[in-house]
Design a protein around this ligand. Structure first.
Ligand SMILES: C[C@@H](NC(=O)[C@@H](C)NC(=O)CCCC[C@H](NC(=O)C[NH3+])C(=O)[O-])C(=O)O
Length: 349
């Protein structure tokens, strides 16, 4: 289906809807065969009243999972490990269940319990308890292993940050460098992603960035400024900082086959059903849109920062949208509308 042209009116309406639902600011950037559409609505900073721009940097949360996956798939291409290797082959003793493979981790099919369910059962107090903490990968994994598995390896899709913490442990073990170094050497520098950083455990976002506002639980609409945190609870599962331009470049390059071998990209796009219109491959989400177009990318949710970043199957059209709010389902639900506007060109309902 030739995708309709992006609809900037529908895109702006979606961003305004994010504001109407409580986000102080929102932005979107569409890169369509070299033509950029850049939109921004509201504030980057409620204190200074600075308006948000499409160039503001932000915490990308779980979009980090695709960066982590690309590094591991490059290591598979280099013959350093195999997707069907048991994790414990490379990390002896790390997991009690020796059946869990690298592919299970990257496909969210390991059954490992997601420790963030423990950390953030209470949103604001949970965040305040960890915002300045520095965790080792091992400490995060131990939080997960303290709870029973949620399923058997290779079973149904079950989202778990733990999988990508273990993936980060694999990267550090197999490359002998930090995940930050691996991101820089293998993705950020080659693609010239000038707005993309892995600063863990530093709490500051480099350069011009949006502040992030965490909505408290319950009916209260009070917002907590969550901008400065170590994001150490997330690390290789969610601690990268980037921009709409850089994420569009990243996902376009990925789907064009510029970051891994064709064989590995094919494996990345082998889908486990999430629901009737979404699949999860390896560190990659597929979303089927109302106009019959499927798009590929990832979503992110870190305190104060919601991100959607998706590209067309041929990588020729990409959109990244962001709102500086979180723990706010109404705001989160406005972001899929930016995909409809960008790829289906409809005035999304
Ligand atoms: C969903 C997204 N996942 C991520 O980006 C990862 C890094 N984030 C989480 O797992 C949610 C952490 C809690 C956020 C907090 N929520 C609470 O604390 C709820 N009690 C908030 O909304 O800021 C993805 O993969 O698509």
């Amino acid at each position: 289906l030739p995708a309709a042209a992006p609809d900037p009116v529908a895109l702006r309406a979606a961003l305004r809807s994010a504001l109407a639902n409580g986000a102080p600011g929102a932005l979107a950037r569409v890169d369509d065969n070299g033509r950029a559409h850049r939109l921004a609505e509201g504030l980057a900073d409620r204190g200074t009243k600075r308006a948000i721009t499409a160039e503001d940097r932000f915490r990308i949360g779980s979009v980090t999972k695709t960066f982590t996956t690309v590094v591991l798939l490059q290591l598979v291409d280099e013959g350093v490990l195999k997707l069907d290797d048991p994790v414990v082959k490379h990390l002896p003793g790390a997991l009690p269940d020796k059946r869990i493979t690298v592919r299970h981790l990257l496909g969210n099919r390991s059954g490992l319990y997601d420790y963030t369910n423990t950390l953030f059962a209470r949103t604001v107090s949970g965040f305040e308890a960890v915002r300045n903490k520095v965790f080792t990968h091992r400490q995060l994994l131990d939080l997960s292993l303290a709870k029973a598995a949620t399923g058997s390896p290779g079973g149904a899709y079950a989202y778990s940050n733990t999988n990508f913490v273990v993936a980060g442990m694999l990267i550090e073990k197999l490359t002998g460098t930090s995940t930050g170094t691996a991101y820089r050497e293998r993705i950020i520098t080659p693609l010239k992603l000038a707005d993309t950083f892995y600063v863990h455990p530093d709490t500051a976002l480099p350069g011009k960035h949006s502040r992030g506002y965490l909505t408290s639980d319950g009916s209260g609409t009070s917002l907590v400024d969550a901008t400065r945190q170590t994001a150490s609870w997330a690390q290789s599962a969610g601690a990268i900082i980037s921009s709409a331009r850089d994420l569009n470049t990243f996902f376009s390059a990925l789907l064009r086959g510029e970051l891994t071998s064709a064989a590995r990209l094919t494996q990345m796009r082998r889908w486990t059903a999430v629901n009737s219109t979404q699949g999860y491959g390896l560190g990659l989400r597929r979303r089927d849109l109302s106009c019959g177009v499927s798009v590929y990318g990832h979503t992110g949710a870190v305190q104060g920062y919601y991100t959607y970043s998706f590209t067309s199957g041929d990588g020729k059209r990409s959109v990244t949208s962001f709102a500086n709010a979180s723990n706010n389902a109404a705001v989160l639900n406005t972001l899929p509308r930016t995909l409809e506007a960008a790829f289906c060109g409809t005035q999304a309902t």
